[in-house]
Design a protein around this ligand. Structure first.
Ligand SMILES: NC(=O)c1ccc[n+]([C@@H]2O[C@H](COP(=O)([O-])OP(=O)(O)OC[C@H]3O[C@@H](n4cnc5c(N)ncnc54)[C@H](OP(=O)(O)O)[C@@H]3O)[C@@H](O)[C@H]2O)c1
Length: 249
């Protein structure tokens, strides 16, 4: 058996149509697991599916903030050894301009979806004994950026949720951890920014990148840690929040 072997495990990855979730699904499949992948964009999700090692993987496309779409996904879920929740959004909104709808949107997907999906999976007894849950936070909870109040708030809530869930599930041998990466090179940081103002974005991205003496992350850097957290090699780790990205200036 190789290090971080996932053979025989079944894992759900949300946000698998792009960035970290896409790479996580690919890396997990290379370690031998069977996957259920979720995302909104059918074409991009099908592309991820085509890149997975092995067969028997399935995909479900839908908006997970929508109760019916979430229920549809739940109906097709087998029993899981791993639950990786990467679906999320970012949105720069200076504190002065935050509206009710912005709060609903940001917290709806970044906090509401992981919390509600986990609740339903537990109610339906689809999480096996010894399963591992991986959630996504961000270094922004400790290293703020301008306009990041809502995003950072939604991620701080996930960090608190991780610890509570880890406590509630510890007696069943289920582990719960979250990751707090710094800047990772995915469409999350490039696409929304480019739409807003391409020149300004190139400038501000360059300024952010300069903060990382070890360079910004690649999706593989995060996916490798997700694989580790799903594997039995991390069996003594739960309730943790793992910072990634090294020293940030
Ligand atoms: N990139 C970074 O610098 C960074 C740093 C720290 C933490 N993170 C966190 O890591 C996670 C993944 O980020 P990423 O960079 O990989 O982002 P990404 O490339 O933009 O991917 C986001 C994924 O979430 C899915 N998604 C968004 N809203 C959804 C909804 N309502 N229902 C279902 N799926 C939805 C997207 O689906 P579609 O594309 O199909 O719409 C996509 O698959 C996020 O939680 C993010 O906050 C990212």
């Amino acid at each position: 058996m190789s290090f971080c072997d996932l053979k025989g495990k079944t894992v759900l990855v949300t946000g698998a149509s792009s960035g970290i979730g896409m790479q996580a699904a690919i890396s997990i499949s290379k370690q031998g697991a069977t996957l259920i992948i979720s995302g909104r964009n059918k074409e991009k999700l099908a592309e991820t599916l085509s890149l997975l090692a092995g067969d028997s993987h399935i995909m479900h496309s839908g908006d997970l903030t929508n109760d019916e779409d979430r229920e549809e996904l739940l109906q097709m879920l087998p029993e899981l050894n791993g639950l990786v929740q990467c679906a999320g959004i970012v949105g720069p909104t200076p504190a002065k301009f935050i509206r009710q709808d912005d709060i609903k949107k940001m917290f709806g997907i970044n906090y509401g979806v992981p919390v509600l999906l986990t609740a339903s999976i537990l109610q339906k007894k689809k999480l096996m004994k010894d399963a591992s849950v991986v959630l996504m936070s961000s270094v922004v909870t400790r290293s703020p950026y301008f306009g990041g109040a809502l995003y950072a708030g939604s991620k701080a809530a996930i960090e608190a949720y991780t610890k509570s869930l880890a406590l509630e599930l510890v007696d069943r041998g289920i582990r719960v951890n979250c990751l707090s990466p710094g800047l990772v090179n995915t469409p999350l940081i490039t696409d929304p920014a480019k739409e807003a103002n391409p020149e300004m974005v190139d400038d501000s991205l360059k300024r952010y990148i300069a903060k990382y003496p070890m360079g910004i992350g690649q999706p593989e850097d995060v996916a490798n840690t997700i694989v580790f957290l799903l594997s039995d090699e991390s069996k003594w780790i739960s309730g943790a929040n793992i910072d990634m990205g090294g020293v940030i200036r």
